[in-house]
Ligand binder design. Structure first.
Ligand SMILES: CC(C)(COP(=O)(O)OP(=O)(O)OC[C@H]1O[C@@H](n2cnc3c(N)ncnc32)[C@H](O)[C@@H]1OP(=O)(O)O)[C@@H](O)C(=O)NCCC(=O)NCCS
Length: 335
């Protein structure tokens, strides 16, 4: 069996910075409340008409990752795209990236696992590489949340948290079996599917029905989140899945060189850090500047950590996520 290695990382975020102060003018909230509960200071929201879409941001991040890998788009033999905010209901954004990059006829897979989507995608890439099916797989996480948030006091529990952006990596076949992706661990619990969800429009609530009823109190087309419930499950599942990855590789928390948790909420990251007795240098957070970018948060954070020189050879990099589904996942990498 082959080993898989991340050989290129890139990210792209829209230029438009939206601070908590800016949000105060849209709804009844405060910079103090947002920072105290989430750690978020600002996020990026696309400006309508600026040309940014989920797939175009993903493409920009992908170009950087491919270039860093010293490859050409034509070297990519499979694309995996994770998002909960695709450009279209169908087709998924994987094929749009393929078109933009001019990559002809390779497979493009769209993954729908929300905040865990990037790690699920990385896991799929890892399996395809290990079995020898593909050599260079492009894995993208991208989200454009801002257009679909309820930017009023009614939606404040959700809308202050989410931001737009994209990250991408190139996963490559390697013959070095001591370095690269050591293991991935995937879980879900559909019992809590509706605790963090966007119910309609969907096949359960088609658009014509929503238009016909035209109920101003219908919030089903905005994301719904039972924040407290999500928080309580997140802190347990994050720790469990990180320990599962460490145990699978006979490693301990002290072996973690850097933990890049999905940037759900800074308070969740801090809770895990404390619970696992990790020092500040072992945990990377950038939610302060981007909010929660769902499937894009881990590759954006990985890319920034890499730019800061924190992702170096031999380091144990742990990725972990929890989110809607519920789904949760981890990946352990020896760089
Ligand atoms: C969303 C979250 C920050 C809310 O924090 P919380 O402490 O649970 O807050 P609550 O929802 O209990 O609300 C507390 C109060 O703040 C209010 N509130 C909610 N959003 C607010 C906002 N943006 N600004 C000001 N007040 C707000 C509520 O209305 C409530 O007021 P009340 O006590 O008068 O009823 C928190 O639950 C959380 O981070 N959950 C996990 C979210 C997450 O990680 N999601 C993604 C998973 S991938």
């Amino acid at each position: 069996m082959y080993q898989s290695k991340i050989v290129g990382i890139g990210h792209f975020v829209p230029e438009n910075v939206v601070t908590n102060k800016d949000i105060e003018s849209l709804m009844d909230t405060s910079d103090e409340w947002i920072q105290e509960r989430t750690g978020i200071k600002e996020r990026r929201w696309v400006v309508p008409g600026d040309g940014n879409t989920t797939s175009s941001m993903g493409t920009k991040a992908a170009r950087k990752a491919i270039s860093q890998a010293n490859l050409l788009p034509s070297d990519i033999d499979f694309i995996i795209f994770a998002t909960l905010s695709p450009d279209y209901y169908f087709p998924g954004p994987g094929v749009m990236v393929q078109k933009e990059l001019g990559i002809t006829e390779v497979g493009a897979l769209d993954v729908r696992n929300q905040c865990s989507g990037f790690i699920y995608s990385l896991s799929v890439a890892d399996q395809f590489i290990k079995t020898g099916m593909y050599k260079n797989i492009l894995v993208i996480g991208s989200e454009l949340h801002s257009g679909g948030l309820e930017k009023s006091s009614r939606g404040r529990g959700v809308s202050v948290i989410f931001g737009d952006g994209a990250g991408a990596v190139v996963v490559q076949r390697s013959e070095n079996n001591t370095h690269g992706i050591l293991s991935t661990h995937l879980h879900s619990e559909g019992l809590h599917a509706e605790e963090l969800a966007l119910i309609g429009p969907s096949t359960g609530r088609w658009v014509p029905e929503i238009i016909e009823v035209n109920d101003p109190n219908d919030t089903s087309y905005y994301p719904h989140m039972n924040g407290n419930f999500v928080f309580k499950h997140a802190v347990v599942r994050f720790s469990e899945v990180i320990m599962e990855a460490l145990n699978a590789n006979s490693l301990q928390t002290s072996d973690i060189g850097i933990l890049i948790p999905h940037q759900a909420n800074l308070r969740i990251s801090q809770f895990i850090q404390k619970q696992m007795k990790l020092n500040d240098a072992q945990v990377f957070n950038n939610i302060m500047h981007y909010g929660n970018t769902t499937a894009a948060s881990i590759p954006i954070a990985l890319s920034e950590a890499n730019e800061q020189g924190l992702i170096v050879k031999d380091k144990i990099v742990c990725l972990a996520a929890f989110g809607s589904g519920f789904t949760w996942a981890s990946a352990l990498i020896r760089w």
